[in-house]
Design a protein around this ligand. Structure first.
Ligand SMILES: [Zn+2]
Length: 201
């Protein structure tokens, strides 16, 4: 049986975040393993995502594309829900998971009431990234483990190295793609690089 649509969630509330714009917070204690909410938005092709954001200001890290797989990208800017407000964190209390070609946000540890939710966007690097890409996606999540960037890998790979799959990390179906290059995530079955871009609202 298909997983029911999880457009809303009793576990969360959206309010202003110290990290970035709006954020999503635990409305009550959330036990580890809880499937909190589905990342909903218009489902489009990579090509459509590229076209849609072709004029996107490369210095703006604001968009909500999330790569599901090679065929599909979820545009959390349209027909979306609160999941798009969950901020990036280098050491988040949540992770994204793909099931039935849909994206869900799960708790990876117990989350106290009032705590802000976050997960690692692992925004993929791309050869077409602007020179200041590290600046654009600089991370200020405040975690002691903050790697300083929402990008993955954290360091710009040496010349043509293609992003190699990070083993552990890779399994998780992550992420969203910045408007710039959706293609990045060519990865394996589990779309790995997802980019999510921080929003400014
Ligand atoms: Zn960080």
């Amino acid at each position: 049986m298909a997983i029911p649509l999880m457009r809303t969630s009793p576990w969360i509330e959206v309010r202003n975040s110290k990290i970035h714009g709006k954020g999503v917070f635990a409305a009550k204690r959330i036990p580890k393993g809880t499937r909190i909410i589905e990342y909903i938005g218009e489902r489009i092709s990579h090509q459509e995502a590229d076209d849609r954001y072709a004029d996107h200001d490369p210095n703006d890290n604001h968009t909500f594309l999330f790569i599901v797989d090679r065929k599909t990208v979820i545009d959390g800017g349209r027909k979306a829900n609160a999941a798009r407000y969950i901020n990036h964190s280098c050491d988040g209390n949540c992770e994204s998971a793909i099931a039935e070609r849909r994206v869900f946000i799960d708790a990876v540890r117990d989350i106290a009431k009032g705590e802000e939710l976050g997960y690692d966007y692992e925004i993929g690097r791309d050869k077409n990234d602007p020179p200041n890409v590290d600046e654009i996606y600089a991370c200020r999540c405040g975690s002691p483990k903050c790697r300083g960037t929402m990008l993955w890998p954290a360091k710009r790979p040496a010349q043509k190295k293609k992003a190699k799959a990070k083993k552990a990390k890779t399994k998780k179906a992550k992420k969203k793609v910045a408007a710039k290059r959706t293609k990045v995530a060519k990865k394996t079955k589990v779309a790995k690089k997802t980019k999510r871009v921080a929003r400014r609202r």
